[in-house]
Design a protein around this ligand. Structure first.
Ligand code: SER
Length: 427
C-alpha cells in the first residue's frame, strides 16, 4: 500500500523521526488506513469494529462509540492480551445520551451513522502520549496547519493544559477550559451513558475560518457557540471513574485512555471542503440520489439529498448487522430513519421506492472497508425495498383521504370534519 510512508514517532519525544512524505492523504479510505497504521507503529493492536447492534449491553440500542466494546476492560472485569488498541468503529447516535438525529441535515457535521477512529490505553500510557500522538498525527502526518488547531480541557485539568502549552508549544489563548460537572455542565467530561466508565477529556478542534463564523450574541468562540466554525475533530477521554446508578463517581481500578476522531470531519478538513457531505464518499451518494430524482444537488434539494445520503448509510449498515425495522426499540429507530428519508424523497418528488438504490451505492462505496455490506447486500436491498413499499402504500392511502376531506370541506364550505366522517370516507 502506498500509505506505508513509515514516519515513526520517537517514544521519548513523540516527534517524528523524519519529515512527512509530501504525498497528501485525502480520501476517507486512505485516512482510515493511515490512522490504523500510525497507531500500529506505536504499539497498538488493530481491532475490528464491533457490530452496530450490541450483543450483551442492555443499556445501549446501538453502538455509539469505539469504546463500547472495551467497557468491561476499563472497569477491570475483563482483560485482553494487549494494553493498547486502535480501531475504526461503526457508530450510530440516534437514541439515549448521544442522539444526533435531529441535527442531521441542519449542520455540516452531524450524522446518524458515522465512522469513529480511536486509540485506547488500558492502564498503559496516559495523557502525555495520547495528546502528543494525537497532535503529531494531525500536524505531522495529516499535515494540518497547527495555527488553526484549538484545544479544550476540563476546567481543572492542569496536566492536559500544560501538555498542550509547554510540551506541544500551543499558545495559551488557543487552549480553553470548559465544563463543570458539579454544576451539571458536562462539557469536556465524557460518559458513554448514565452509568459506566467516564472521565474528563481534552478535545482537538479545527478552526474552519471567519467565513463560517456564526452571529452568537456573546461572540462566535470555542466553548461559547456551537457552530460549524469550531469543528471538534478528536476527543481524548481520560477514563478515571465508573458512574453508578445513583450518579456517584467511583475511581476505576486503573487510569485509561479512550479517544475518538471523527473520520468524516477529518476528511472534510483534508479535502478542503466546508461540510462532511462534500467529502468523497458522501458526494457519490448524493450524486446517486441526484440521478434518481433527476435534479441538481442545489439549495433545498441538496439538503434533502444529504439527509437521504446519511440515512441510507444508517439503514444499510444496521440491516447488514442484523437489525430489522419494527414497531419498537431498535427496529423502530430504523423504521423512523427510513421514513424520514422517504419524506425527503417526497420533497424531491420521488414517489417510488428509491432508498434501496442509494443503499446499494453505500454497499459499492464502503463494501471494501466493511465486507459485511457485500455479504448482506440482498438482505439490505430486500428489507429496505419492502419497508419502502409498505410505507408508500400507507402514505398514498393517507394522502388520498386527505384529498377527499379537502374536497368535502370545499364542496360543503365547512371548516371541520369529524374523525367518524373521515373514517367513513376511507371505507
Ligand atoms: N468515547 C469518546 C467519544 O465518543 C472518545 O472516543 O467521544
Amino acid at each position: 500500500l502506498p500509505l506505508s510512508r513509515g514516519p515513526v514517532a520517537s517514544l521519548e519525544t513523540g516527534r517524528l523521526s523524519r519529515p512527512r512524505n509530501e504525498v497528501p492523504i485525502v480520501t476517507l479510505s486512505e485516512i482510515r488506513a493511515r490512522f490504523l497504521e500510525f497507531f500500529q507503529e506505536h504499539g497498538h493492536t488493530v481491532v475490528a469494529s464491533s457490530t452496530l447492534v450490541p450483543q450483551d449491553d442492555p443499556t445501549l440500542l446501538f453502538t455509539n462509540a469505539g469504546m463500547n466494546q472495551f467497557k468491561a476492560v476499563f472497569t477491570g472485569v475483563e482483560t485482553r492480551d494487549y494494553k493498547r488498541a486502535a480501531s475504526c468503529q461503526k457508530c450510530m447516535r440516534v437514541s439515549g445520551k448521544h442522539n444526533d438525529l435531529e441535527e442531521v441535515g441542519k449542520d455540516a457535521r452531524h450524522h446518524t451513522f458515522f465512522e469513529m477512529l480511536g486509540n485506547w490505553s488500558f492502564g498503559d500510557y496516559y495523557k502525555q502520549e495520547s495528546l502528543r500522538w494525537g497532535y503529531d498525527f494531525l500536524v505531522e502526518d495529516m499535515g494540518l496547519d497547527p495555527s488553526r488547531l484549538w484545544f479544550s480541557v476540563y476546567k481543572d485539568d492542569d496536566e492536559a493544559f500544560d501538555i498542550f502549552a509547554k510540551d506541544l508549544g500551543v499558545p495559551t489563548d488557543r487552549i480553553v477550559r470548559l465544563g463543570d460537572i458539579e454544576k451539571g455542565d458536562e462539557e469536556n467530561f465524557w460518559s458513554m451513558g448514565d452509568v459506566g466508565p467516564c472521565g474528563p477529556c481534552a478535545e482537538m478542534h479545527f478552526d474552519q475560518g471567519e467565513a463560517m463564523a456564526c452571529d452568537h450574541p456573546d461572540g462566535c468562540a470555542l466553548g461559547v457557540c456551537d457552530c460549524d466554525r469550531w469543528l471538534e475533530l478528536w476527543n481524548h477521554v481520560f477514563m478515571q471513574y465508573d458512574r453508578d446508578q445513583e450518579g456517584v463517581l467511583r475511581p476505576l481500578p486503573m487510569k485509561s485512555v479512550d479517544t475518538g476522531l471523527g473520520l468524516e470531519r477529518l476528511a472534510a478538513v483534508l479535502q478542503g471542503v466546508d461540510s462532511n457531505y462534500k467529502t468523497d464518499l458522501f458526494e457519490r451518494l448524493i450524486a446517486c440520489m441526484a440521478g434518481i430524482a433527476g435534479r441538481k444537488p442545489e439549495g433545498e434539494a441538496r439538503i434533502s439529498m444529504q439527509v437521504i445520503a446519511d440515512h441510507a448509510r444508517a439503514v444499510a449498515f444496521t440491516l447488514a448487522d442484523g437489525a430489522t425495522p419494527s414497531n419498537d426499540g431498535r427496529g423502530y429507530v430504523i423504521r423512523r430513519i427510513l421514513r424520514r428519508a422517504l419524506r425527503h424523497g417526497y420533497l424531491l418528488e420521488v414517489e417510488e421506492p428509491f432508498l434501496y438504490k442509494v443503499c446499494e451505492e453505500v454497499v459499492e462505496t464502503m463494501g471494501d472497508a466493511y465486507p459485511e455490506l457485500r455479504e448482506q447486500r440482498d438482505r439490505i436491498v430486500t428489507i429496505c425495498r419492502q419497508e419502502e413499499e409498505r410505507f408508500l402504500r400507507t402514505l398514498g392511502a393517507g394522502i388520498k383521504i386527505y384529498g377527499e376531506i379537502r374536497e368535502l370541506m370545499k364542496a360543503e364550505q365547512r371548516t371541520e370534519v369529524s374523525g367518524a366522517e373521515a373514517f367513513k370516507l376511507h371505507d
